[in-house]
Write a protein that binds this ligand. Structure first.
Ligand code: E4P
Length: 217
């Protein structure tokens, strides 16, 4: 399973990259705003800065909701760097835009996916990634992980090449469960990735090893 970090914070992206297990970055307009990145030019520059830090794919989201606008924005984003994947919302014109980009060889991430039907459409349009938001489903008492499982089943039935990018991952157990269910990618905060490191027996075992080493020296 690929690990993407879901942030526009350059320090956190660097930290995840330095860990050596990072495969890419996802951003969205809210994450950009959280870092105080506003205005088209600053946002485009920020994408370029992110691409300089990581080796893998960087999802950059369009904010237009009509086909013409999405195509214009998406083409501009794709030209920034070959790592850019154009993130397109799951709406009618979004599906048309994904089909357009697919035919032009521009990679896409279909975002704001909350149902199997939406995931099926994204795959049919040729999306590179589909992003089911598991945390936001959990937030409304709906099993987000079950959606990952169902999409995996559907995609495997037909050998769709669209990669399941489990998004809105909130914590470490989400990461582990996504891996069990066969998600191709997960995107989450640095804390969810670093949480995988933790086990009290590792800490106490290491403390004992160091203590015993000191006794013998
Ligand atoms: C996906 O690409 C989104 O940026 C993200 O995962 C949304 O997560 P949230 O529900 O924690 O905002």
């Amino acid at each position: 399973m690929k690990f993407f970090i879901d942030t526009a914070n350059l320090a956190q992206i660097k930290e995840a990259q330095e860990l050596g297990v990072l495969d890419g970055v996802t951003t969205n307009p809210s994450l950009m705003a959280k870092e105080g990145i506003t205005g088209r030019n600053n946002i485009l520059k920020h994408y370029v800065d992110i691409c300089k830090i990581v080796d893998g794919d960087v999802s950059a989201e369009v904010i237009s909701t009509d086909l013409k606008g999405m195509i214009k924005e998406g083409e501009e984003l794709a030209e920034l760097n070959e790592q850019i994947v154009v993130k397109v919302p799951m709406i009618k014109d979004g599906i048309k835009a994904i089909k357009y980009f697919t035919d032009k060889g521009i990679r896409t991430n279909c975002t704001l996916v909350f149902s199997c039907g939406q995931a099926l459409l994204a795959a049919k349009a040729g999306a590179t990634y589909v992003s089911p938001f598991i945390g936001r489903l959990d937030d409304i008492s709906t099993d987000g992980l079950n959606l990952i499982s169902e999409i995996r089943h559907i995609y495997d039935n037909y050998d769709f090449q669209t990669q399941i990018l489990a998004a809105s991952v909130r914590h470490t157990m989400h990461v582990i469960d996504c891996a069990k269910l066969g998600a191709d990618v997960m995107t989450g905060p640095l804390s969810a990735i670093e949480g995988l490191l933790k086990h009290p027996l590792t800490d106490s075992g290491l403390a004992k090893f160091l203590e015993d080493y000191q006794k013998g020296n």
